[in-house]
Design a protein around this ligand. Structure first.
Ligand SMILES: Cc1cc2nc3c(=O)[nH]c(=O)nc-3n(C[C@H](O)[C@H](O)[C@H](O)COP(=O)(O)OP(=O)(O)OC[C@H]3O[C@@H](n4cnc5c(N)ncnc54)[C@H](O)[C@@H]3O)c2cc1C
Length: 331
């Protein structure tokens, strides 16, 4: 009889019993609803042992590679150590040292961080950058494990922004910070090397896309990889030289800088990045789509991508939501 482990408890699973039924039978309450794998409320993660493949039906590839499964339809045949996905993603903070700072344009600072413990991450996921107990924010990973020695973040200066202001004005090489995570499912997965990949980002939304594109190329992706980076003006774009070098190096990689303002220099597309991309590509049937940056762009591009034929499970979106401080902070 296989054994289930949850929160330090060993629980024998009866034949035909699901992980959910086993936990409930032992008085352990975990989220659940439809009990048939449809609503995905009973999402859990195996931290040791592999969940049976049919317990992952309907999950995204990015969840499958992280051993997520649905507890209500999971009937393990071997021992399994499980936890709720949030527990896995709220692991202890890892200390890190700033190894470099570089302005990529007038607004975006690249931070190079050396984490003191190895960080198991995929390019495009995000971490929480912690200054202290009062200030922490999410930033996406532009670095690629195995290719870049350290972690790279791109932080855009937000007017009156506390975390981005601290990064731009106070953070220095040698300073210690903390990181939580990584989390998020905006990353490349192997298995469909010929699939088209569409990457659309605005502003520092380029950070995860730069990581995802390089990760896919490094892993031998052969299908078209099309990256559209948008900004209101030319000054808002960055890493143009690096991206143009990648275009010369890889025949399946393409980069389109897009300007939504009036002054559109030669070599740039005119219009919002998502509009330019959708007009250019047409049908997105069978494509995987990554959308990062301004929440309005992400929202409208998600809808457009779906209407253009992309399957919802192939659309990965990270809106860079910026929350204003509570009203009391304005007094
Ligand atoms: C999943 C995810 C990934 C992200 N990845 C990235 C990334 O890779 N790069 C990136 O640059 N950003 C990213 N972000 C956004 C980032 O997390 C922060 O929200 C952003 O940097 C702003 O934080 P801040 O502390 O500088 O601004 P805050 O201090 O939180 O300010 C928020 C807003 O309130 C306003 N405000 C603050 N104080 C006042 C005041 N006294 N009076 C009036 N208005 C005020 C500011 O102008 C701003 O508009 C990401 C967000 C998410 C959710």
């Amino acid at each position: 009889m296989p054994t289930l482990r949850y929160a330090q408890r060993r629980l024998p699973i009866a034949e035909g019993q699901s992980v959910l039924d086993c936990l409930l039978a032992h008085g352990i309450q975990v989220p659940h609803s439809c009990r048939s794998g449809a609503c995905q409320t009973g999402l859990m993660r195996a931290v040791d042992g592999l969940p049976p493949p049919n317990a992952q039906a309907g999950l995204r590839d990015t969840q499958k590679v992280r051993n997520h499964f649905l507890a209500c339809i999971c009937h393990p045949t071997d021992d399994l150590v499980v936890e709720l996905p949030d527990n896995a993603e709220q692991a202890a903070a890892i200390p890190a040292t700033v190894r470099g700072l570089e302005l990529l344009n007038s607004d975006v600072m690249k931070i190079v961080l050396e984490s003191h413990d190895p960080l198991d991450y995929r390019a495009g996921q995000f971490v929480t950058l912690v200054r202290d107990s009062q200030l922490s924010r999410s930033y996406s990973l532009a670095s690629v494990p195995g290719e870049d020695e350290h972690l790279h973040l791109h932080v855009r200066r937000v007017p009156r922004g506390r975390a981005s202001g601290w990064v731009h004005d106070e953070l220095r090489p040698g300073h210690r910070v903390e990181l939580r995570g990584p989390t998020g499912d905006c990353f490349y997965t192997e298995g469909s090397p010929q699939q088209g990949l569409l990457l659309i980002g605005t502003g520092s939304g380029l950070a995860p896309l730069f990581g995802i594109a390089r990760d896919a190329l490094r892993r031998g992706h052969t299908g078209p990889i099309r990256l559209f980076h948008g900004s209101r003006s030319r000054q808002g774009l960055y890493l143009k030289g690096d991206l143009e070098r990648m275009v010369r190096q890889y025949s399946n990689f393409d980069y389109v800088p897009c300007i939504s303002g009036h002054d559109v220099p030669k070599g740039h597309a005119s219009g919002r990045a998502d509009q330019v991309a959708m007009t250019d590509i047409g049908s997105l049937k069978g494509w995987r789509v990554f959308l990062c940056g301004h929440p309005d762009m992400v929202k409208s591009a998600k809808k457009r991508a779906f209407l253009a034929g992309a399957s919802m499970k192939d659309i990965h979106a990270d809106p860079f939501v910026i929350n204003p401080p509570p009203l009391a902070a304005f007094n």
